[in-house]
Structure formats: C-alpha cells, structure tokens
Design a protein around this ligand. Structure first.
Ligand code: ZN
Length: 119
C-alpha cells in the first residue's frame, strides 16, 4: 500500500535520556537525524508510525462557518485571543473561505466582530 508522506512519522529516541521525538519524512530529508534537545546528541531511529489523515468532510466546514458567524455576528464581539484561536482553526479547516470571510471582520478596542451592514 502506498502511504502519503504526511501520514507517516518516524519516531526517534535519545539513547541517553530516552526522550522521544517524531518527524515526518519531509523533515528528515531536509534536516537529517533529529538531535536531542536535552543532551544535544543524535537520536536513534526507533520506529515508524502511520497516522491516517482525518477525512475533511464538508459537514465540518459548514458547522465551523456557522460557529464563526454565531460568535462574530454580535455587537459585543469576541476578544483578540478568541478571534486568533478561531482564525487558526479556520486556517486548518477552510483556508479558501477564510480569505473571503476575514474581510468582513472588523475590530474595535480589541473586540472582533462582523459589522451589521447598514442599508
Ligand atoms: Zn537526550
């Protein structure tokens, strides 16, 4: 079976302190063997893990944008931290739509919200 690189993690172990780290094949190709952050020595290859990517379902995107609207479509707005967390999530769920939706968001005094359209 062929498995995409982004679903594989190579797990390395430090022989000194037994710290574990996992890297993707991509990372490995560019950076070589990982180095232990505690001992500053090369880590030894231990095993490879397979992480199937979660299926991105349209239902999730839809639910996310509903949440986005529920949270931002208010005069009180949400805090910058909350908006950043929401933005982060949007970034990984639906980058395309985020490019459009982010333009509707306004910020005043550190509160983020979608202004009511006046017509
Ligand atoms: Zn170590």
């Amino acid at each position: 079976m062929r498995v995409p690189d982004n679903q594989i993690e190579c797990v390395y172990k430090c022989e000194e302190c037994h710290e574990e780290t996992s890297v993707t094949p991509d990372w490995h190709e560019n950076n070589g063997t990982p180095v232990c952050t505690h001992c500053d020595c090369d880590m030894a290859y231990d095993h490879t893990q397979y992480h199937p990517a979660p299926k991105s379902e349209d239902g999730v995107k839809e639910k996310f944008w509903k949440l986005w609207n529920e949270l931002l479509n208010t005069d009180e707005g949400i805090s910058e931290e909350a908006y950043e967390a929401l933005f982060d999530l949007a970034h990984s769920i639906d980058l395309e739509k985020l490019q459009i939706e982010r333009r509707r968001v306004d910020a005043t005094d550190g509160r983020f919200y979608i202004p009511t359209e006046e017509e």
